[in-house]
Design a protein around this ligand. Structure first.
Ligand code: GRF
Length: 190
């Protein structure tokens, strides 16, 4: 089957670029993948430039132009449904989504910790500073709960006491770049 993906992002967009490099217009087993929509809520997001390298224009829907979370989510839902995407991939999309979104769109989210630990926007720092001896990244189904929803894939590594924060963060991002495309492929294999 041809799997159509919508990728939502808010900033740097390295995970968007990674998906475009590894999955866009490529086949794995019986499925081929196409990113049919790049969607962003911030006009200064660097990911917009990354998408252009692949000839893709990003649709900009700025949350600040909407009066309520639900109105913003309605605009997202409309655009995603219009694109015909089979799955929305939240790759650094920094918005809390209401039931208007979660009840209408099948979506997965990438999170830089071993969920259910360290939910929220400071996951990397909190996981670095914790006493835990392992850290990692998660991909989960999106529901109304922030960073909640069934976990579908994780990758972990052992923390090294001598690791600097910058190295820890780089390790997290490297694991994200492995896990997210693998999870998307697996999601449609099953
Ligand atoms: C990633 O660490 C992701 O887990 C988090 O935001 C970051 C996005 O990075 N939710 P990028 O924009 O894909 O480079």
């Amino acid at each position: 089957m041809l799997v159509k993906l919508a990728v939502l992002f808010s900033g740097n967009g390295s995970n968007l670029e990674n998906i475009l490099e590894k999955l866009h217009k490529k086949s794995f087993g019986k499925n081929s993948f196409e990113v049919v929509l790049c969607l962003c809520n911030k006009k200064e997001a660097y990911g917009i430039q990354r998408a252009l390298k692949f000839g893709l224009q990003t649709v900009l829907i700025e949350h600040k132009n909407y009066e309520s979370r639900e109105d913003f989510d309605r605009a997202l839902v409309k655009e995603i449904q219009k694109s015909g995407a089979d799955l929305a991939v939240l790759a650094g999309f920094m918005r809390i989504l209401s039931p208007v979104f979660t009840k209408n769109i099948k979506a997965i989210n990438l999170h830089p910790s071993l969920l259910p630990l360290f939910k929220g926007a400071n996951a990397i720092k909190e996981s670095f500073e914790s006493d835990m001896k392992v850290a990692g990244v998660s991909v989960h189904l999106v529901n109304e709960e922030l960073d909640g929803g069934k976990i579908i894939a994780q990758k972990a590594f052992e923390k090294d006491d001598n690791m600097k924060y910058e190295d820890f963060e780089a390790k997290i991002h490297a694991l994200e770049h492995e896990l997210l495309p693998q999870s998307i492929i697996k999601f449609f294999d099953e």
